[in-house]
Write a protein of this length. Structure first.
Length: 245
């Protein structure tokens, strides 16, 4: 089948980084599902539990469906989102809604879900509770991030007032409230140090425009201009990029 074997490219930056290039999203989804399910199973064997952080958007939906069918002890897996819009879970813009309808189904319906949206009126008032929830979870097993054409990841947007706080490796914060400049809804986003506190870190992207952003990100070093640089160029956690044409 065309595209089932990825082309492994040379590391792109100064970090320990690999990029797996797939000819189509179906091949990527299958490979990513196999990788993540193996990591979750290994963590359950070694530690008795596992955790998976995912991102919203259209890109991961096919992967979600495949992963949900994997046979593993989902009752020992906690799933969380890298960021969430401050809307109710039944709102069309809710990332939780996306995850519940596409990942927490089939075998994976047994997994525990950790919400970044609380009952607080706004995201800032919900920070402390989200901080408590994330702190209790400990080191993640797998974090899977997306990337926008503006170089944002999670809800760490260029130009946002809280970006510096979100990128601060010494803030002591697991999450921050974010008000995007050009997108609707307040957000709750995991911070850079929390996202990097994982055994495995994966960037999942597709399309030519995303490869251009990666090239641009690796050509400079201003993490506030393109926040994805903070992920790509850090030295703490190796990064694997899964990219489909």
């Amino acid at each position: 089948v065309v595209g089932t074997k990825p082309k492994i490219l040379k590391p792109m930056g100064t970090n320990s980084m690999s990029m797996l290039k797939f000819e189509n999203t179906s091949a990527l989804d299958a490979a990513l599902t196999a990788k993540v399910s193996d990591l979750l199973k290994a963590a359950i064997v070694a530690e008795g539990k596992a955790s998976l952080v995912v991102s919203g958007g259209r890109t991961p939906v096919g992967f979600f469906h495949l992963l949900s069918q994997c046979e593993l002890d989902w009752s020992k897996v906690t799933i969380a989102l890298a960021d969430e819009r401050w809307v109710n879970a039944d709102h069309a813009a809710s990332n939780e809604k996306l995850v519940r309808e596409n990942l927490l189904i089939n075998e994976a319906h047994k997994a525990e879900y950790l919400a970044l949206k609380t009952d607080a009126e706004n995201a800032l008032d919900g920070e402390a509770e989200c901080q408590r929830r994330l702190n209790a979870l400990g080191r993640f097993t797998v974090v899977i991030l997306g990337m926008g054409d503006d170089g944002h990841t999670a809800s760490l947007f260029p130009g946002s007032e809280t970006l510096e706080r979100g990128l601060d490796m010494h803030s002591g914060m697991d999450c921050i409230a974010v008000t995007p400049l050009d997108a609707p809804h307040q957000r709750m986003s995991m911070t850079l140090p929390r996202l990097l506190n994982t055994e495995s870190l994966i960037i999942h992207i597709s399309g030519a425009s995303k490869q251009q952003v990666l090239t641009q990100a690796n050509a400079g070093d201003d993490i506030k201009e393109l926040p994805i640089r903070a992920i790509l160029q850090q030295q703490l956690t190796p990064v694997s990029i899964y990219w489909a044409q």
